[in-house]
Design a protein around this ligand. Structure first.
Ligand code: AMP
Length: 273
């Protein structure tokens, strides 16, 4: 991978990079299109990273349709796919990790212990292999995007980190590889996640700025769906991910909701005024 990238760099080309865990969907392909706007050649990585899964069953059941993924990349004009094995990434004796800071402690970090340490470590390793000029991440995983941006700054990686808005199904459900694991009834029910976030936006527009009230209303929307089990819904500062008590400035509403054994996350940027 590094040799391939080096050849393009020596020829004066900018290398764009989209890291993924595969089971590619239109959200990933939007990232590829964005990467192409920022670079001359685009690399997609497909790697289900064991280090970032706190639940073994979630890792085992994560979809891995590699042939479909390779076809989707070819159709999208991706120049190279980097799909290392877990044994190549983490050979015996592997012991060095990238430790993220307070940004990674709350929300996803709190509910999925070790998750972001796994993310920063694998992204650092993928960056070292792909040597990109620019890497594109989805706002769908807002906290991940913030943690990766911080890592790139803190470790002087010299890689431009670009964020992309969330791509959604027509009914509002954020595209996710995990959606494939939903049964038809769960899939229909999953619309409550984005609907709950929209309800926050709507209440805010009608003048409610108390975050506790806004969050309670969103929780009621999710609780009304029998197939959904709310893990958390919160409103935070989009830069620090610290809780916001009064939504009088741009804030981020985030939710994590379980449908059976499938955990879905989504978020919505709330603008004010
Ligand atoms: P994943 O394969 O789920 O690890 O995601 C790989 C990249 O795609 C991450 O940067 C995600 O934030 C991004 N991504 C996932 N779902 C979406 C979506 N619905 N819209 C935009 N980007 C997404």
């Amino acid at each position: 991978m590094r040799d391939w990238s080096e050849r393009h760099r020596l020829a004066g080309r900018r290398v764009g990079f989209v890291p993924t865990m595969g089971a590619l969907h239109e959200g990933h392909l939007a990232l590829v299109d964005e990467a192409r706007r920022h670079s001359d050649v685009v690399v997609v990585s497909v790697f289900v990273n064991p280090l970032q899964f706190d639940v073994r069953a979630d890792f085992d059941r994560y979809p891995r349709p590699i042939d479909d993924d390779l076809r989707a990349c070819a159709d999208a004009g991706v120049d190279a796919v980097y799909a290392p094995t877990a044994a190549a990434m983490y050979p015996p004796g592997f012991q060095t990790h990238v430790e993220p800071g307070p940004l990674a402690e709350r929300l996803e970090g709190e509910h999925r212990p070790g998750h972001f340490r796994g993310v920063t470590t694998v992204v650092a390793k993928l960056f070292a292999a792909v040597r990109p000029h620019v890497a594109v991440f989805g706002q769908k995983d807002a906290q991940q995007l913030a943690v990766v941006r911080r890592m790139a700054l803190d470790l002087d990686l010299g890689i431009e980190i670009v964020g992309m808005p969330t791509v959604r199904e027509p009914d509002g459900l954020a595209l996710s590889s995990r959606n494939r694991r939903l049964g038809p009834e769960q899939r229909a029910a999953a619309v409550v996640v984005s609907r709950a976030l929209r309800s926050i936006e709507e209440s805010l527009r009608q003048g409610t700025t108390d975050a506790t009230v806004l969050v309670r209303r969103a929780a009621e929307v999710i609780d009304a769906e029998p197939l959904a089990r709310l893990e958390h819904v919160e409103i935070v500062d989009p830069d620090t991910f610290e809780p916001v008590h009064t939504v009088d400035r741009p804030s981020l509403a985030l939710a994590a909701v379980w449908f059976g054994e499938v955990r879905l996350i989504d978020n919505l940027l709330l603008s004010t005024g």
